[in-house]
Design a protein around this ligand. Structure first.
Ligand SMILES: *Cc1c(COP(=O)(O)O)cnc(C)c1O
Length: 459
């Protein structure tokens, strides 16, 4: 590992453009919470002091990315910005077809409309919420196969994102005919931002080969995953992240991607694959829903920002700082006795609301209660990943989710160490009054992806 004589790992950038944070009082926040129906998605962003709702599209672009915007070519067909984008993707993931989309879920929607449908089964280590929703929308079944190591929030297994190989083997043996593709999400966002090892990917690949089934990566955080492989997997320490990413890509037949994560861009995504027929199907759908295949729902300037972002996201100084930011927050919270999913994820720290609030039952939404309290206390906005997000079943009934988490996702290159110190203090103060906290009930809820728009009332 890189030797580092200093305890302080500095942000490897200078700031040359700033955005003021509007500070608010607890009384103001109380009013705003009521107006938002206690759903943090319904707040106005100026009402938030530190916004850790998501790391998606919330990063700061570099000076080189802003410069690249100027080069954006807005030709409807054949833009050179597309060719730069395509080349930047292929430098890391040499898939034959690269199809730009406006964000990750558009790639999912297009792919699932081509390969999904009633009777189909699509396994993943853990499906992200939009992936699951897009699969279920076609009538197919989305199956999560996280490894056993992922179930214990206290275990600091190095690759808690790994897929359960035995469970995958069983599904492919019993229902292989119905499986149009196997997915692996790197890092496993819904499973705590935990990485997947190369060894696990190779074994998934082996099983897919035995059954002649294509393997797709949900590659949203491919660079963070590769950094963890370099740090934690035996024999990987001397490789560059770029090499590791290429190997991850070489084990798959295609990928979906949100460039709002490790594309270091504010918008964008892509769908990539080697299969010519599938690509032709997907491009037909792309033209219906996104745009012509050389821009696919993006402006030429967006394609430029992504192309440049992909050269920056694999830099070791960036990734060391990036992964350290979440680890640093995780260490501060553990030291304060706050239960978190260990180890910290690549992009986020996940608070364990079930452990912190054992007196609030799952159907009174302990994660939601904790997320609301962090906002009330310090204007910190996190995201419930628990029964609000995953508890609504396709048949309309409710069931407790497997975990009750609050994700504090760290936007890329946006906050400094003192912002993170503040967040740790806010969480600690809330944890100190955990026994006084009460649950919530849902007073209004849509039939799918309810966490975005449901309204709540305190119990
Ligand atoms: C964000 C995300 C998506 C969806 O991407 P969007 O750009 O938000 O549509 C899919 N999978 C994972 C793992 C994600 O984190």
């Amino acid at each position: 590992m890189h030797s580092q004589p200093y305890r302080t790992l500095i942000e490897p950038f200078r700031i040359k453009s700033v955005e003021p944070i509007r500070l608010s009082t607890p009384e103001e926040r109380e009013v705003w919470l009521e107006q938002a129906g206690f759903n943090l998605f319904a707040l106005h962003a100026e009402q938030v002091i530190i916004d850790l709702l998501t790391d998606s599209g919330t990063g700061a672009m570099s000076a080189e990315q802003w410069a690249a915007l100027q080069r954006g070519d807005e030709s409807y067909a054949g833009s050179p910005s597309f060719h730069r984008f395509e080349q930047a993707v292929k430098d890391l993931f040499p898939f034959k077809h690269v199809i730009p989309t406006h964000q990750g879920r558009a790639a999912e929607k297009i792919l699932m409309s081509a390969i999904g449908g009633p009777g189909k089964v699509i396994p993943n280590n853990t499906h992200f919420d939009t992936t699951r929703a897009n699969i279920e929308h076609t009538g197919a079944r989305a199956v999560d196969l996280p490894g056993r190591q992922a179930m214990d929030p206290r275990s600091s297994h190095p690759f808690k994102g790994d897929m359960d190989i035995d469970a995958l083997a069983a599904i492919l043996r019993e229902e292989g005919q119905s499986v149009p593709a196997v997915f692996v999400t790197v890092t496993n966002n819904s499973g705590g931002g935990q990485p997947v090892s190369l060894e696990n990917l190779r074994r998934v690949r082996g099983l897919c080969d035995e059954h002649g089934i294509p393997l797709f990566l949900d590659g949203c955080r491919f660079a963070e995953n590769a950094w963890f492989i370099r740090k934690r997997e035996e024999g990987q320490q001397d490789r560059s992240v770029t090499e590791i990413v290429r190997e991850m890509g070489s084990l798959a037949d295609g990928m979906t991607m949100s460039a709002k994560k490790d594309g270091l861009a504010n918008i964008g995504g892509w769908l990539a694959m080697n299969d010519d027929d599938l690509a032709a199907d997907c491009k037909r759908m792309l033209i219906l829903t996104e745009g012509f295949p050389t821009y696919g729902g993006l402006a030429g300037r967006d394609l430029e920002a992504i192309a440049q972002g992909l050269t920056e996201v694999v830099q070791h100084d960036y990734l060391r700082y990036r992964v350290r930011s979440a680890e640093y927050l995780g260490e501060a919270l553990l030291a304060a006795g706050v239960p978190i999913v260990q180890p910290a994820g690549g992009h986020a720290v996940y608070l364990d609301a079930r452990e912190l609030l054992p007196h609030i039952p799952p159907l009174s939404y302990p994660g939601q209660a904790l997320a609301i309290e962090l906002y009330r206390e310090g204007g910190v906005r996190g995201c419930e990943i628990g029964t609000v997000m995953f508890g609504l079943q396709p048949d309309g009934k409710e069931a407790p989710a497997s975990q009750e988490l609050v994700r504090l996702a760290i936007p890329r290159r946006v906050y400094t160490q003192s912002h993170v110190d503040y967040v740790a203090e806010v969480v600690q103060r809330v944890a100190n009054r955990a026994t006084e906290m009460r649950g919530y009930r849902i007073v209004d809820s849509p039939p799918v992806l309810r966490h975005f728009t449901a309204r709540f009332a305190p119990l």
